[in-house]
Design a protein around this ligand. Structure first.
Ligand SMILES: Cc1cc2nc3c(=O)[nH]c(=O)nc-3n(C[C@H](O)[C@H](O)[C@H](O)COP(=O)(O)O)c2cc1C
Length: 171
């Protein structure tokens, strides 16, 4: 499959089969996150992989959607603001770096027949409390992970994305 075909076949999965993710598939997607580029190669991230019942019950308290509870694994991507590169004008690049790692993970998941969905609309304060996170570690994105019980049409982008003619300027 070409990269473009892979990118077009990724979609937000909000239905998961009730089967565990194999260790091989899980390690594959985590490795894809590990090798993501980051500013100055500082790699300001940690990946919390929630698989145990107790951990999943905790994360479900921070984002209340029935479909979210179907995923057998949730990866919580933490940004380490003590490590992230700060430009001379003060801009902290941690969020950008974590987003790249998250995108690697979602595309690798698609490659393995797994589904994911970016989740940022969670209760951040509660997440920090429940997982006892120190000040420098910010939960930035949750990625539920599992085998999809849903399909999409890769051609949907034609209608659902802004055409190139409106977003690209050649100069
Ligand atoms: C930064 C970011 C945050 C998102 N947060 C949520 C979320 O909290 N809940 C949710 O259901 N989807 C969330 N999404 C998924 C988007 O709604 C989805 O990617 C978008 O509608 C395009 O659909 P597609 O992923 O199926 O192509 C998020 C996506 C991104 C990139």
């Amino acid at each position: 499959m070409s990269f473009l075909d892979l990118a077009k076949s990724r979609f937000s999965v909000r239905r998961y089969k009730p089967i565990p993710v194999s260790d091989e598939d899980l390690n594959y997607v985590l490795e894809a996150g590990r090798v993501a580029p980051s500013a100055v190669n500082y790699q300001p991230w940690q990946f919390l992989v929630l698989k145990e019942k107790e951990s999943l019950e905790k994360i479900h308290q921070t984002y209340h959607r029935d479909w979210f509870k179907e995923a057998p694994v949730v990866i919580v991507l933490l940004g380490d603001h003590s490590k992230g590169w700060k430009r001379a004008d003060g801009k902290d690049h941690t969020d950008i770096d974590v987003a790249i790692a998250a995108d690697h993970i979602t595309l690798a998941a698609t490659d393995r027949g797994l589904g994911t969905c970016w989740v940022c609309n969670f209760d951040k304060k509660k997440t920090i409390e429940l997982f006892n996170l120190p000040d420098h570690l910010e939960p930035i994105v949750f990625l539920p992970l599992g085998y999809p019980d849903a399909q999409t049409d890769p051609e949907r982008h034609e209608a659902k994305r802004i055409p190139l003619s409106e977003i690209v300027r050649f100069m």
